[in-house]
Design a binder for this molecule. Structure first.
Ligand code: ZN
Length: 142
């Protein structure tokens, strides 16, 4: 079960503070379809809280891996740097993508796209069925 799916099952259709963002999905041809992204907006205090939580998890892993002989030479600096990376990324992430759902305009396959980054348009998506590159753009400009 994916994290997004489990959160949906736990919190219902949308998490608190989430909204649906419709977008236009285009491929190589003239055909276009629409898709919907579920986006959660975090205010400054929430972003900082998420960032500290990510930093604590990574640095906790660094602390635990400190006691593993030889492997700690790579694990400790790796987790410390990961913590700094996660902290920086989460403090800047105002709109976080929870899920992206749409239909490929090339092959017609309905699917959930990779939603592992911040929400921004335009963005490139890859169809899981035909492996073609798709472009998601705002609905109002097209
Ligand atoms: Zn496709």
């Amino acid at each position: 079960m994916t994290p997004v799916l489990s959160r949906r099952l736990f919190f219902g259709e949308l998490m608190p503070g989430s909204r649906s963002e419709p977008f236009l999905l285009t491929g190589y041809g003239k055909n276009s379809t629409t898709g919907v992204a579920t986006v959660t907006t975090f205010e400054r205090a929430e972003r900082f809280r998420r960032a500290v939580k990510g930093l604590a998890v990574a640095w906790g892993a660094a602390l635990v891996s400190f006691f593993i002989p030889i492997a700690h030479l790579l694990l400790v600096p790796g987790f410390v740097l990961t913590g700094v990376f996660v902290f920086t990324k989460r403090t800047r992430a105002r709109d976080v993508t929870e899920s992206i759902h749409g239909t490929c305009p090339n092959c017609g396959h309905e699917q959930d796209f990779d939603s592992s980054s911040d929400w921004h348009l335009p963005r490139h998506l890859t169809c899981a069925n035909c492996s073609r590159l798709l472009t998601a753009s705002p609905k109002s400009t097209c």
